[in-house]
Write a protein that binds this ligand. Structure first.
Ligand code: GLC
Length: 746
């Protein structure tokens, strides 16, 4: 017994000694803030400088002496980018870094389903963990202000409330795996042309009511650990070191405790980078004099030049320590987080997530004569036309480009599914037009040979001839990820479909009325042929499971339930930014700055078309189903008079059709009388509900006072003006069939 007690005593003492020797920063029983301070106090000046700027294209140094690993980031919002060589953009050519490509975020937004955003973030987090990435450079939530913006496909549409509700669960899902999000591009980065030189001029109301809410939600509700400054300027200061946006609003007002990361090359000045909120500088290829110098990481604005300025007394270490605290906090959340989940790469669960998000986001825009879903069993021949039926879309588009393990094309998806339903049916393919025959970015190649010898006229003639005896003609067109299409770095030059697709569509419509047009794009485009076509589907960039998801919807295996996350206007001139001719801006005399005034203010998207009484091609929130729904008995409960008051609106939704489906109930607020000009209505709530035929359910949507408020520029705060408000409820912004009034007394 004595021996046991003696041994126990030794063990306990040993533990105490061990505990006593464990430095606070490594003691997981201590509060993180204490651990941060302890680590900070142990770091040398060189170590502090090393952790606040890149050491390679996608990594920043850790603190080896203290056991902090290097911090690895990677693109992007839709999947984990292939590894690159130390200081290169080109892929390193590894054979173990192919990934699952999830649908582009415009598709996720179109699902109006926050639960899909959550599993999206979780799945992406698992892929990132497997690849040893500590921070994913996404999601992007810049508002769809112009349909020409090359990167709209990476973002979540035109409405700040929708983007806010969808970004929060994505971030929470991703970070639940111990991988940091990096919500981007903060902020006002709403087009790509001249993105490094645009100085955005915007009212405080529009900034607060339209362009900031998704970032605010990402910080306050999503708890994002990372945020990326945008390339552009606001009030003549680059956003990556911007006093108002970073110090005052983000860190001051919103209490953000994470890291501000520059966009790659987004830092331009050491003094501003030191003082105006930048914590972690990436990507700048500069020796202070020239751009493009490789391996110049010591030349970064927050590198040797900053260290020198501290040593010569220009700065104390006050700002440096604040940056390092944030970076250390990120390390404790990621690289030093022993509770991180386990990574998986390309597993079937991730493909299932990709397919579920894709199916949930596909939008059935038009379906005259119930042409869809296709009756495959009764079909002898199905003709598939268009380059976008075969062209890989996961390669290209800029930094969100991926090296996938697989990408099922629309043609293959249809072929596979039709064969399983009706092996006797023929699926024939016709090119229809030639668009972009390239297929490579940063060393990742699609391997496709899309070269075509036939003339455009011959291609159309061949497609028309093949269409004559088809039971269905499915045209896949739209845009692609080539420069000046849906691609980072530039914007589209026209609202029209490229490659003369309009001609092909009209010719096919004449040849066979059973034509379905499927748009593969992240943006809207002109549809001069809309009246000639019975069925139109918006197919987005759907990633690895694209073809399977599209086949599911087109054949009725899945019932479409997506809703447009942006207003699909007939023309560019129906968009505020273009009607007021403020895009892309005005070059400043003799400078390389272009001032872009957001003159439309808060009137973006449906807010603009409502104001101007413009009928769009398809409205924000529009999306059909293969069944029908009835919304009824709108009831209200609760009280919004107190500061933290809430009201709940209950609507009954009934599936009045013959097949299961999901509907998105949308709630908009109209301020009957305001001291400022407000949009006619604004989305302030939505809920997606699945119902079997004949089934009905009550759906509840709650709002708070913020839902009634506008940004008061005289007091610089949110304001609810007493008076009447009308609550409008329906299944699309142009189909609000129920309404009720509420009165706010104070
Ligand atoms: C790019 C993009 C940004 C991306 C970064 C790293 O310029 O603007 O979204 O994450 O550089 O590739």
């Amino acid at each position: 017994m004595k021996n046991i007690l003696f041994l126990l005593g030794l063990l306990v003492c040993g533990c105490f000694v061990a505990m006593a020797d464990t430095p606070v920063y490594l003691d997981e029983t201590k509060p993180v803030e204490e651990r941060i301070e302890d680590a900070l106090n142990r770091m040398t000046l060189d170590e502090k400088i090393a952790v606040i700027h890149a050491q390679s294209k996608f990594s920043a140094a850790g603190v080896p002496r203290l056991g902090f690993p290097d911090l690895w980031t990677d693109d992007g919002p839709h999947g984990v980018r292939p590894d690159v060589l130390w200081d290169e953009w080109r892929q390193a050519g590894q054979t173990n870094d192919s990934c699952v490509a999830f649908p582009a975020l415009t598709c996720l937004a179109a699902s109006f389903d926050p639960s899909l955003a959550r599993i999206y973030g979780e799945s992406l987090g698992e892929e990132a963990l497997y690849r040893d990435k500590d921070m994913i450079l996404g999601p992007g939530v810049n508002i769809f202000r112009t349909p020409l913006n090359g990167r709209n496909f990476e973002y979540m549409g035109e409405d700040p409330y929708l983007a806010s509700r969808m970004v929060v669960p994505y971030i929470q899902g991703l970070q639940s795996k111990g991988v940091s999000a990096c919500v981007k591009h903060y902020c006002l980065n709403n087009d790509e042309e001249y993105r490094h030189q645009v100085n955005v001029i915007v009212s405080d109301r529009a900034l607060r009511e339209i362009y900031l809410p998704a970032f605010e939600a990402a910080v306050k509700e999503g708890g994002t650990w990372g945020l990326m400054g945008a390339y552009n300027l606001y009030k003549n200061e680059h956003n990556c070191h911007n006093e108002i946006l970073l110090n005052n609003i983000l860190k001051g007002e919103w209490g953000y405790d994470g890291v501000v990361v520059s966009d790659w090359g987004g830092a331009h000045d050491t003094d501003q980078a030191v003082k105006n909120g930048l914590d972690l500088e990436f990507g700048t290829w500069t020796d202070g004099l020239t751009m493009g110098k490789t391996n110049a990481y010591r030349s970064y604005f927050l590198a040797d030049v900053y260290k020198k300025a501290i040593l010569d007394g220009t700065y104390t270490t006050r700002e440096l320590d604040e940056k390092v605290r944030r970076v250390l906090r990120l390390h404790f959340r990621t690289t030093m987080n022993r509770n991180k989940g386990v990574g998986f790469m390309c597993n079937e669960a991730h493909y299932a997530t990709a397919r579920k998000v894709a199916v949930g986001g596909i939008v059935l825009l038009k379906n005259d004569n119930n042409l869809l879903p296709m009756d495959v069993k009764a079909s002898k021949k199905i003709l598939v036309v268009g380059e976008n039926a075969v062209k890989m879309m996961t390669v290209g588009g800029g930094s969100s480009s991926l090296k996938v393990q697989r990408e099922v094309s629309p043609l293959d998806g249809i072929r596979n599914l039709v064969a399983s339903i009706n092996p006797t049916a023929i699926v024939e393919y016709q090119r229809g037009y030639v668009g972009d025959v390239t297929g490579e970015l940063d060393g990742v190649s699609t391997g496709q040979n899309l070269n075509e010898s036939r003339s455009p006229e011959q291609l159309i003639a061949d497609a028309v001839a093949a269409a004559a005896d088809a039971d269905y003609v499915i045209f896949f067109g739209g845009l692609n990820k080539a420069p000046y299409q849906d691609c980072e770095g530039n914007d589209r030059k026209t609202y029209d479909l490229p490659y003369d697709q309009d001609k092909v569509i009209s010719a096919l419509a004449k040849a066979n009325s059973r034509l379905v047009v499927v748009g593969i794009s992240g943006n809207s485009f002109a549809m001069p042929w809309k009246g000639e076509v019975n069925a139109i589907v918006q197919g987005w960039f759907l990633g690895s499971e694209a073809g399977n998801a599209l086949a599911d919807v087109l054949t009725g295996v899945a019932n479409p339930s997506g809703k447009l996350p942006f207003t699909w206007t007939k023309t560019l001139n129906d968009v505020g930014a273009h009607a007021l001719n403020t895009y892309p801006g005005t070059w400043r005399e003799g400078k390389d700055i272009i001032d872009e005034e957001y003159a439309e203010g808060v009137f973006v998207g449906y807010r603009w078309t409502d104001k101007k009484k413009i009928t769009p091609e398809f409205a924000f929130g529009h999306g059909l189903s293969y069944t029908t729904f009835e919304l009824s008995s709108l009831r209200a409960s609760g009280d919004l008079s107190g500061e933290n008051g809430t009201m709940t609106f209950t609507v009954n939704v009934k599936n009045t059709g013959s097949r299961e489906g999901a509907e998105v109930v949308q709630l908009y607020v109209h301020d009957d009388k305001a001291s400022v000009e407000r949009p006619y209505k604004e989305l302030k709530g939505f809920a997606k509900v699945s119902l079997k035929p004949g089934e009905s359910k009550d759906v509840e949507i709650s709002i708070d006072r913020r839902a009634l408020s506008f940004w008061d520029e005289t007091t610089n705060g949110w304001k609810v003006e007493p008076g009447k408000f009308t609550i409008l409820v329906g299944n699309a912004s142009d189909n609000l069939t129920l309404k009720t009034n509420i009165k706010i007394v104070k």
